[in-house]
Design a protein around this ligand. Structure first.
Ligand code: F3S
Length: 277
């Protein structure tokens, strides 16, 4: 059996940067309070908790005078202010691509556009972007959600950084036919685009694709969707322990792709297991 590893794959620039910053803070301060899981990967969180990470879900969960951490997804300006009030130190791990999306949304709103965000309304990154908008804002999951309310209005469109390019293109196309003035910022991040492309390439070479990454990771979900849409049998697992011999059997070439929040050590474990099989 041949193992083909997607290129590029695994930890993206933004998550790597956030985790390195967090690890440095843990070494320096011993205890750091992250608002929400700093990486959408349960195994990596467990590792960081052993070094002193505490995950809280509200700014009020950070003890007065403690060190807090903002993850790569970013937060709303209000939440950032609340953290600043409580913390002696804030370590800001917001990914620069997410910051860019926040800035674009804010500018569009200031320019008088109705802000349209392609994304998952419940995702923390999207909530953070929405929080930067002072005027009207809508989060849509795709072109099918474009309604008459936007007809004739000025719309500014951007995307959650991890959305699929095809979905964004279809959304923009949908607005072109109903809206006299649109302004579009393609805020899908380069790391996401490259990882999505790498899964498409795998689909041309492999008889099965394993997508490795947290079930709560938006970008991993998109990779699994791309694999499934390609028609090549695609398996989405969080760790090597979930892989069964029966799935691998009879496949001459297996492609592996890891989400942008999947640490290298989980990838190594999976390759090791496949080799043993
Ligand atoms: Fe940033 Fe893109 Fe990763 S937005 S956190 S580099 S998936």
């Amino acid at each position: 059996m041949k193992i083909i590893i997607a290129e590029p794959t695994g930890l993206c620039f933004g998550v790597k940067r956030a985790i390195t910053t967090l690890e440095e803070a843990l070494k320096r301060f011993g205890r750091v309070y992250a608002l929400g899981s700093p990486i959408h990967n349960p195994q990596e969180i467990e590792r960081l908790e052993n070094f002193g990470l505490a995950v809280v879900h509200e700014p009020s969960g950070v003890p007065e005078g403690a060190v807090s951490f903002v993850r790569a997804h970013g937060v709303t300006p209000e939440i950032f202010a609340a953290l600043r009030e409580r913390s002696a130190n804030i370590i800001d791990g917001t990914c620069p691509f997410v910051k860019n999306a926040q800035e674009r949304a804010k500018t569009l709103s200031q320019e008088g556009y109705i802000v349209i965000i392609l994304g998952d309304v419940s995702h923390p990154e999207v909530r953070g972007i929405v929080g930067c908008v002072s005027g009207e804002v809508h989060v849509l999951s795709g072109a099918a959600e474009i309604t008459e309310q936007f007809r004739g209005k000025r719309c500014g469109i951007l995307s959650q950084t991890t959305q699929r390019v095809e979905t964004f293109a279809a959304l923009v196309a949908g607005f072109v036919s109903t809206t006299p003035e649109i302004k579009v910022y393609n805020t899908i991040c380069r790391a996401t685009l490259a990882r999505q492309q790498s899964v498409r390439r795998l689909a041309g070479e492999a008889e099965g694709i394993i997508v490795l990454g947290g079930k709560n990771s938006a970008n991993t979900r998109k990779l699994a969707e791309i694999g499934a849409v390609s028609g090549v049998p695609t398996l989405w697992i969080e760790h090597a322990g979930e892989l069964e011999r029966s799935w691998v059997r009879d496949k001459r070439a297996i492609g592996i792709a890891a989400g942008g929040s999947t640490p290298d050590w989980l990838m190594k474990e999976l390759i090791q297991k496949l080799k043993m099989m």
